[in-house]
Write a protein that binds this ligand. Structure first.
Ligand code: F0G
Length: 353
Protein backbone atom coordinates (compact mmCIF):
# COMPACT_ATOMS: atom_id res chain seq x y z
CA UNK A 1 0.00 0.00 0.00
CA UNK A 2 1.20 3.57 -0.49
CA UNK A 3 2.68 4.29 2.93
CA UNK A 4 2.24 7.85 4.15
CA UNK A 5 5.27 9.43 5.78
CA UNK A 6 6.93 7.29 8.41
CA UNK A 7 7.40 8.85 11.84
CA UNK A 8 3.72 9.75 12.13
CA UNK A 9 2.97 6.78 14.36
CA UNK A 10 1.20 3.57 13.47
CA UNK A 11 -2.39 4.75 14.04
CA UNK A 12 -2.12 7.49 11.46
CA UNK A 13 0.01 5.44 9.06
CA UNK A 14 -2.18 2.32 8.99
CA UNK A 15 -5.53 3.75 10.13
CA UNK A 16 -7.64 1.86 7.56
CA UNK A 17 -6.16 -1.48 8.66
CA UNK A 18 -6.61 -0.95 12.41
CA UNK A 19 -9.70 -1.10 14.67
CA UNK A 20 -9.79 2.69 15.09
CA UNK A 21 -12.51 5.21 14.29
CA UNK A 22 -12.76 9.01 14.28
CA UNK A 23 -13.61 8.67 17.97
CA UNK A 24 -10.25 7.01 18.74
CA UNK A 25 -7.65 9.54 19.95
CA UNK A 26 -4.71 9.33 17.52
CA UNK A 27 -2.03 9.43 20.21
CA UNK A 28 1.57 8.69 19.29
CA UNK A 29 5.13 8.83 20.57
CA UNK A 30 6.46 8.29 17.03
CA UNK A 31 6.37 4.49 17.11
CA UNK A 32 6.86 2.33 14.00
CA UNK A 33 8.87 3.11 10.89
CA UNK A 34 11.80 1.15 12.34
CA UNK A 35 14.90 0.34 10.25
CA UNK A 36 15.10 -2.79 8.11
CA UNK A 37 18.80 -3.47 7.66
CA UNK A 38 20.40 -6.00 5.30
CA UNK A 39 23.12 -8.18 6.86
CA UNK A 40 25.58 -9.64 4.30
CA UNK A 41 27.67 -11.25 7.09
CA UNK A 42 24.65 -13.29 8.21
CA UNK A 43 23.75 -14.21 4.62
CA UNK A 44 27.22 -15.65 4.21
CA UNK A 45 27.14 -17.39 7.60
CA UNK A 46 23.84 -19.23 7.00
CA UNK A 47 23.86 -19.51 3.21
CA UNK A 48 20.66 -17.57 2.50
CA UNK A 49 20.00 -15.18 -0.38
CA UNK A 50 18.95 -12.29 1.82
CA UNK A 51 18.95 -11.70 5.59
CA UNK A 52 17.37 -8.54 6.97
CA UNK A 53 17.01 -7.36 10.56
CA UNK A 54 13.98 -5.35 11.64
CA UNK A 55 15.30 -3.13 14.44
CA UNK A 56 12.34 -2.84 16.76
CA UNK A 57 14.58 -1.54 19.54
CA UNK A 58 14.39 1.79 17.67
CA UNK A 59 10.81 2.33 18.88
CA UNK A 60 10.24 5.13 21.44
CA UNK A 61 10.60 2.94 24.54
CA UNK A 62 13.14 0.61 22.94
CA UNK A 63 10.94 -2.36 22.03
CA UNK A 64 8.23 -3.58 19.62
CA UNK A 65 5.62 -3.26 22.36
CA UNK A 66 5.00 0.39 21.43
CA UNK A 67 3.20 -0.52 18.20
CA UNK A 68 0.54 -2.43 20.10
CA UNK A 69 0.49 -0.26 23.19
CA UNK A 70 -0.38 2.90 21.26
CA UNK A 71 -3.51 1.21 19.89
CA UNK A 72 -4.42 -0.43 23.23
CA UNK A 73 -4.08 2.84 25.15
CA UNK A 74 -5.93 4.84 22.47
CA UNK A 75 -8.84 2.36 22.60
CA UNK A 76 -8.78 2.40 26.43
CA UNK A 77 -9.05 6.22 26.30
CA UNK A 78 -11.89 6.00 23.79
CA UNK A 79 -13.72 3.62 26.14
CA UNK A 80 -13.26 6.01 29.08
CA UNK A 81 -10.64 4.06 31.06
CA UNK A 82 -8.81 5.94 33.81
CA UNK A 83 -6.11 3.27 34.34
CA UNK A 84 -4.24 0.62 32.37
CA UNK A 85 -2.77 -2.43 34.09
CA UNK A 86 -0.38 -5.15 32.93
CA UNK A 87 1.99 -7.84 34.11
CA UNK A 88 5.37 -7.80 32.45
CA UNK A 89 8.84 -9.19 32.08
CA UNK A 90 9.78 -5.52 31.56
CA UNK A 91 9.16 -4.22 28.06
CA UNK A 92 5.37 -4.24 28.18
CA UNK A 93 5.59 -2.34 31.45
CA UNK A 94 7.89 0.33 30.02
CA UNK A 95 5.67 0.77 27.00
CA UNK A 96 2.39 0.83 28.98
CA UNK A 97 3.88 3.38 31.37
CA UNK A 98 5.05 5.64 28.53
CA UNK A 99 1.77 5.60 26.58
CA UNK A 100 -0.35 6.01 29.72
CA UNK A 101 1.79 9.02 30.63
CA UNK A 102 1.34 10.38 27.11
CA UNK A 103 -2.42 9.87 27.32
CA UNK A 104 -2.67 11.32 30.83
CA UNK A 105 -4.06 8.21 32.54
CA UNK A 106 -2.79 6.01 35.38
CA UNK A 107 -0.64 2.94 34.86
CA UNK A 108 -0.27 0.03 37.27
CA UNK A 109 2.49 -2.50 36.62
CA UNK A 110 2.77 -5.98 38.13
CA UNK A 111 6.30 -7.38 38.08
CA UNK A 112 8.64 -9.81 39.76
CA UNK A 113 11.18 -7.00 40.10
CA UNK A 114 14.19 -9.25 40.75
CA UNK A 115 13.55 -10.93 37.38
CA UNK A 116 13.25 -7.73 35.32
CA UNK A 117 16.26 -6.24 33.53
CA UNK A 118 17.52 -3.02 35.11
CA UNK A 119 16.87 -0.67 32.19
CA UNK A 120 13.26 -1.75 31.84
CA UNK A 121 12.37 -1.23 35.48
CA UNK A 122 14.17 2.12 35.58
CA UNK A 123 12.36 3.45 32.53
CA UNK A 124 8.98 2.21 33.80
CA UNK A 125 9.53 4.19 36.99
CA UNK A 126 10.78 7.20 35.05
CA UNK A 127 7.45 7.29 33.17
CA UNK A 128 5.86 7.52 36.65
CA UNK A 129 3.89 4.28 36.63
CA UNK A 130 2.94 2.65 39.93
CA UNK A 131 5.00 -0.53 40.12
CA UNK A 132 3.85 -3.44 42.28
CA UNK A 133 6.48 -6.10 42.96
CA UNK A 134 4.83 -9.46 43.63
CA UNK A 135 8.17 -11.19 43.95
CA UNK A 136 7.12 -14.41 42.18
CA UNK A 137 6.92 -14.76 38.38
CA UNK A 138 5.27 -13.44 35.20
CA UNK A 139 2.58 -16.12 34.96
CA UNK A 140 1.32 -15.34 38.50
CA UNK A 141 1.51 -11.63 37.68
CA UNK A 142 -0.64 -12.05 34.59
CA UNK A 143 -3.37 -13.80 36.58
CA UNK A 144 -3.34 -10.92 39.08
CA UNK A 145 -3.42 -8.28 36.32
CA UNK A 146 -6.44 -10.02 34.74
CA UNK A 147 -8.24 -9.89 38.11
CA UNK A 148 -7.41 -6.21 38.64
CA UNK A 149 -8.78 -5.34 35.19
CA UNK A 150 -12.23 -6.41 36.43
CA UNK A 151 -12.40 -3.06 38.28
CA UNK A 152 -14.44 -0.40 36.45
CA UNK A 153 -12.37 1.94 34.30
CA UNK A 154 -9.32 -0.36 34.34
CA UNK A 155 -8.08 -1.86 31.05
CA UNK A 156 -5.69 -4.80 30.76
CA UNK A 157 -2.95 -4.03 28.21
CA UNK A 158 -1.15 -7.37 28.06
CA UNK A 159 -1.16 -8.97 24.63
CA UNK A 160 -4.41 -10.82 25.39
CA UNK A 161 -5.89 -7.39 24.70
CA UNK A 162 -6.67 -7.81 20.98
CA UNK A 163 -5.87 -4.14 20.29
CA UNK A 164 -2.25 -4.87 21.21
CA UNK A 165 -1.95 -7.56 18.55
CA UNK A 166 -3.70 -5.34 16.02
CA UNK A 167 -1.10 -2.63 16.54
CA UNK A 168 1.82 -5.06 16.53
CA UNK A 169 0.80 -6.48 13.14
CA UNK A 170 1.85 -3.16 11.56
CA UNK A 171 5.46 -4.35 11.65
CA UNK A 172 4.53 -7.04 9.10
CA UNK A 173 2.97 -4.34 6.89
CA UNK A 174 6.14 -2.25 7.10
CA UNK A 175 8.34 -5.18 6.06
CA UNK A 176 6.27 -5.84 2.93
CA UNK A 177 5.90 -2.12 2.15
CA UNK A 178 9.67 -1.67 2.34
CA UNK A 179 10.89 -4.85 0.64
CA UNK A 180 8.13 -4.84 -1.97
CA UNK A 181 7.46 -8.54 -1.24
CA UNK A 182 6.74 -10.82 1.71
CA UNK A 183 9.91 -12.58 2.90
CA UNK A 184 10.15 -16.38 2.66
CA UNK A 185 10.88 -16.83 6.37
CA UNK A 186 10.39 -14.72 9.47
CA UNK A 187 12.51 -15.44 12.57
CA UNK A 188 11.08 -14.17 15.84
CA UNK A 189 11.54 -14.76 19.60
CA UNK A 190 8.55 -16.23 21.44
CA UNK A 191 7.67 -15.47 25.06
CA UNK A 192 4.01 -14.83 25.83
CA UNK A 193 3.49 -15.63 22.12
CA UNK A 194 1.59 -12.47 21.18
CA UNK A 195 4.07 -11.05 18.70
CA UNK A 196 4.35 -14.09 16.44
CA UNK A 197 0.54 -14.18 16.36
CA UNK A 198 0.38 -10.47 15.50
CA UNK A 199 2.94 -10.74 12.68
CA UNK A 200 1.05 -13.67 11.21
CA UNK A 201 -2.22 -11.70 11.32
CA UNK A 202 -0.47 -8.85 9.50
CA UNK A 203 1.09 -10.99 6.78
CA UNK A 204 -2.17 -12.90 6.30
CA UNK A 205 -4.14 -9.65 6.01
CA UNK A 206 -1.73 -8.26 3.40
CA UNK A 207 -1.98 -11.50 1.43
CA UNK A 208 -5.77 -11.50 1.59
CA UNK A 209 -6.06 -7.86 0.49
CA UNK A 210 -3.56 -8.39 -2.34
CA UNK A 211 -0.87 -6.13 -0.87
CA UNK A 212 1.49 -9.13 -0.99
CA UNK A 213 1.33 -12.26 -3.09
CA UNK A 214 2.70 -14.55 -0.38
CA UNK A 215 3.40 -14.80 3.33
CA UNK A 216 6.48 -16.06 5.17
CA UNK A 217 6.96 -19.28 7.09
CA UNK A 218 6.76 -18.09 10.69
CA UNK A 219 9.71 -19.43 12.68
CA UNK A 220 9.36 -18.77 16.40
CA UNK A 221 12.14 -19.40 18.93
CA UNK A 222 11.73 -20.04 22.63
CA UNK A 223 14.59 -20.20 25.10
CA UNK A 224 15.36 -23.86 25.87
CA UNK A 225 14.68 -23.39 29.62
CA UNK A 226 11.36 -21.64 28.93
CA UNK A 227 9.98 -23.59 25.99
CA UNK A 228 6.43 -24.69 26.91
CA UNK A 229 5.17 -24.63 23.31
CA UNK A 230 8.06 -26.76 22.05
CA UNK A 231 7.62 -29.20 24.95
CA UNK A 232 3.81 -29.08 24.60
CA UNK A 233 3.33 -28.52 28.34
CA UNK A 234 3.56 -25.54 30.74
CA UNK A 235 6.93 -25.02 32.41
CA UNK A 236 6.63 -24.30 36.14
CA UNK A 237 10.03 -22.74 36.72
CA UNK A 238 11.12 -21.16 33.44
CA UNK A 239 14.81 -20.31 33.32
CA UNK A 240 16.82 -18.39 30.74
CA UNK A 241 19.33 -15.58 30.48
CA UNK A 242 16.77 -13.88 28.19
CA UNK A 243 14.61 -12.46 31.00
CA UNK A 244 11.96 -11.19 28.55
CA UNK A 245 11.23 -14.79 27.54
CA UNK A 246 10.98 -16.24 31.07
CA UNK A 247 7.36 -17.38 30.67
CA UNK A 248 6.06 -20.86 31.44
CA UNK A 249 2.47 -20.64 30.22
CA UNK A 250 2.09 -18.20 27.30
CA UNK A 251 -1.27 -16.44 26.97
CA UNK A 252 -1.30 -16.65 23.14
CA UNK A 253 -0.09 -20.26 23.00
CA UNK A 254 -2.86 -21.51 20.69
CA UNK A 255 -2.56 -18.53 18.34
CA UNK A 256 1.19 -19.04 18.01
CA UNK A 257 0.78 -22.73 17.18
CA UNK A 258 -1.82 -21.75 14.57
CA UNK A 259 0.56 -19.16 13.08
CA UNK A 260 3.33 -21.72 12.75
CA UNK A 261 1.01 -24.39 11.28
CA UNK A 262 -0.88 -22.12 8.85
CA UNK A 263 2.37 -20.63 7.57
CA UNK A 264 4.15 -24.00 7.29
CA UNK A 265 6.67 -22.64 9.82
CA UNK A 266 7.92 -23.95 13.15
CA UNK A 267 8.36 -23.19 16.83
CA UNK A 268 11.78 -24.30 18.03
CA UNK A 269 14.12 -23.73 20.94
CA UNK A 270 17.59 -22.23 21.27
CA UNK A 271 19.90 -22.61 24.27
CA UNK A 272 21.21 -19.71 26.35
CA UNK A 273 24.67 -20.35 24.87
CA UNK A 274 23.26 -19.99 21.35
CA UNK A 275 21.42 -16.82 22.40
CA UNK A 276 24.59 -15.31 23.87
CA UNK A 277 26.68 -16.29 20.82
CA UNK A 278 24.16 -14.51 18.59
CA UNK A 279 24.05 -11.55 21.00
CA UNK A 280 27.83 -11.10 20.82
CA UNK A 281 27.91 -11.66 17.06
CA UNK A 282 25.24 -8.99 16.54
CA UNK A 283 27.20 -6.58 18.72
CA UNK A 284 30.29 -7.20 16.60
CA UNK A 285 28.19 -6.35 13.52
CA UNK A 286 26.96 -3.05 15.02
CA UNK A 287 23.60 -4.24 16.32
CA UNK A 288 23.16 -4.01 20.09
CA UNK A 289 20.05 -5.85 21.25
CA UNK A 290 18.80 -7.43 24.44
CA UNK A 291 19.37 -11.18 24.87
CA UNK A 292 15.74 -12.13 24.10
CA UNK A 293 16.01 -10.42 20.72
CA UNK A 294 19.11 -12.40 19.81
CA UNK A 295 16.98 -15.57 19.97
CA UNK A 296 15.71 -14.84 16.44
CA UNK A 297 19.24 -14.71 15.03
CA UNK A 298 20.29 -17.70 17.18
CA UNK A 299 17.44 -19.59 15.51
CA UNK A 300 18.55 -18.48 12.04
CA UNK A 301 22.13 -19.60 12.72
CA UNK A 302 20.94 -22.89 14.19
CA UNK A 303 18.86 -23.68 11.11
CA UNK A 304 21.78 -22.65 8.90
CA UNK A 305 24.12 -25.00 10.76
CA UNK A 306 21.62 -27.84 10.45
CA UNK A 307 21.52 -27.29 6.67
CA UNK A 308 17.91 -26.13 6.76
CA UNK A 309 18.36 -22.77 5.03
CA UNK A 310 17.40 -22.69 1.38
CA UNK A 311 20.00 -20.88 -0.76
CA UNK A 312 17.23 -18.77 -2.29
CA UNK A 313 15.60 -17.87 1.02
CA UNK A 314 14.91 -14.23 1.85
CA UNK A 315 14.75 -14.08 5.64
CA UNK A 316 13.83 -11.36 8.12
CA UNK A 317 14.82 -11.60 11.81
CA UNK A 318 12.96 -9.46 14.32
CA UNK A 319 15.26 -7.69 16.78
CA UNK A 320 12.61 -7.03 19.38
CA UNK A 321 14.36 -4.85 21.98
CA UNK A 322 17.34 -2.55 22.47
CA UNK A 323 20.56 -3.69 24.17
CA UNK A 324 20.43 -0.88 26.73
CA UNK A 325 17.44 -2.57 28.29
CA UNK A 326 19.76 -5.06 29.96
CA UNK A 327 23.01 -3.29 30.87
CA UNK A 328 24.04 -6.00 33.31
CA UNK A 329 24.26 -8.64 30.57
CA UNK A 330 26.01 -6.16 28.27
CA UNK A 331 28.59 -5.49 30.96
CA UNK A 332 29.13 -9.18 31.65
CA UNK A 333 29.34 -10.29 28.01
CA UNK A 334 31.74 -7.65 26.70
CA UNK A 335 35.45 -6.96 27.10
CA UNK A 336 36.15 -4.61 30.04
CA UNK A 337 38.03 -1.32 29.82
CA UNK A 338 41.83 -1.52 29.64
CA UNK A 339 43.44 0.44 32.46
CA UNK A 340 46.17 2.86 31.41
CA UNK A 341 47.55 6.26 32.28
CA UNK A 342 46.62 9.20 30.03
CA UNK A 343 49.94 9.00 28.20
CA UNK A 344 49.78 8.72 24.37
CA UNK A 345 52.78 6.40 24.07
CA UNK A 346 51.56 4.16 26.90
CA UNK A 347 48.12 3.88 25.24
CA UNK A 348 49.74 3.17 21.84
CA UNK A 349 51.89 0.44 23.44
CA UNK A 350 48.84 -1.08 25.11
CA UNK A 351 47.04 -1.11 21.74
CA UNK A 352 50.00 -2.76 20.05
CA UNK A 353 50.52 0.18 17.63
N1 F0G B 1 11.45 -9.93 22.81
C1 F0G B 1 11.36 -9.04 23.80
C2 F0G B 1 12.43 -8.02 23.90
C3 F0G B 1 10.26 -9.06 24.70
O1 F0G B 1 10.19 -8.15 25.66
C4 F0G B 1 9.30 -10.06 24.55
C5 F0G B 1 8.16 -10.15 25.48
C6 F0G B 1 9.44 -10.98 23.50
C7 F0G B 1 10.53 -10.88 22.65
C8 F0G B 1 8.46 -12.06 23.26
O2 F0G B 1 7.31 -11.55 22.67
O3 F0G B 1 5.71 -12.21 24.45
O4 F0G B 1 4.91 -11.43 22.23
O5 F0G B 1 6.05 -13.64 22.46
N2 F0G B 1 8.03 -9.44 26.51
C9 F0G B 1 6.82 -9.41 27.36
C10 F0G B 1 6.89 -8.29 28.38
C11 F0G B 1 6.38 -10.69 27.86
O6 F0G B 1 6.23 -8.37 29.42
O7 F0G B 1 7.58 -7.31 28.13
P1 F0G B 1 5.91 -12.25 22.95
Amino acid sequence: MPAPAAGKGVIERYRSLLPVTDATPAITLGEGGTPLVRMPALEERVGAAEVWLKLEGCNPTGSFKDRGMVVAVAKALEEGAHTVVCASTGNTSASAAAYAARAGIECVIIVAAAKVALGKLAQTRAYSARVIDIGSDFDTGLRLARDLSEHPGVTLVNSINENRLQGQKTAAFEIVDELGFAPDELFIPVGNAGNISAYWAGFRQYKETGEACGAPAMRGFQAAGAAPIVLDRPVTNPRTIASALRIGNPASWAKAVRASRESAGSIEKVTDDQILDAYRLLGSLGVFCEPASAASVAGLIDRGERGLMDAGSRAVCIITGHGLKDPEIADRESVGALKCSADPSAVARLLGW
